[in-house]
Structure formats: structure tokens, C-alpha cells
Design a protein. Structure first.
Length: 93
């Protein structure tokens, strides 16, 4: 499943290969600022997937799904992505 592959990549590389340097630094700052440290990483992954939920569900072809997953972290609304990740995090705790 491509989603598992990309989520694994996002979590292990902390989005380093998938976002700009400026965005990576902001995201890493969130990871470090979280009192539970890197427990925020899966919340960031889930927020990225939820931001494109309808598009992901509409795709049937593996290649198109992989291409969308490759583009997700580069979304223009990075602040919205972080807000959604913090909202998910607060619901989990």
C-alpha cells in the first residue's frame, strides 16, 4: 500500500525530503516543542493525509495515488496543516 510506504518515509525522515528547508525547520521545531517530543510525528502524518482525504479516496490507480502522496507535504497551506496536526494531537491527549 503506497500510503504505508509514504507514512513510513515521513516518520523516519521527519519530512526532511518532502518539504522545503524552511518548512522542515518549522515542523521540527513543533516536534521538539511537543512535551512528549516525537509523539507529534504521527499526528503530522495524519493531518497531511486528512488534508487530501477526498482526493485520496477518489483515486483508484496506484501510480496516481503515489504521485498525490508525494505532493501532499508540499501543500501551499503549511500553517493549516500544522494547525490540523495540533488539533489532532490535542484530541489524542
Amino acid at each position: 500500500c503506497p500510503i504505508a510506504v509514504f507514512a513510513f518515509r515521513w516518520c523516519t525522515l521527519l519530512f526532511a525530503q518532502d518539504v522545503s528547508l524552511e518548512s522542515a525547520v518549522r515542523l521540527w521545531d513543533c516536534f521538539i516543542a511537543d512535551p512528549k517530543r516525537f509523539d507529534f510525528v504521527p499526528h503530522a502524518c495524519l493531518a497531511a493525509l486528512l488534508s487530501h482525504r477526498d482526493e485520496l479516496l477518489a483515486l483508484e490507480e496506484q501510480g496516481a495515488l503515489a504521485e498525490l502522496l508525494r505532493r501532499i507535504p508540499r501543500q501551499p497551506d503549511f500553517d493549516g496543516w500544522l494547525r490540523r496536526a495540533w488539533a489532532i494531537c490535542s484530541l489524542e491527549r
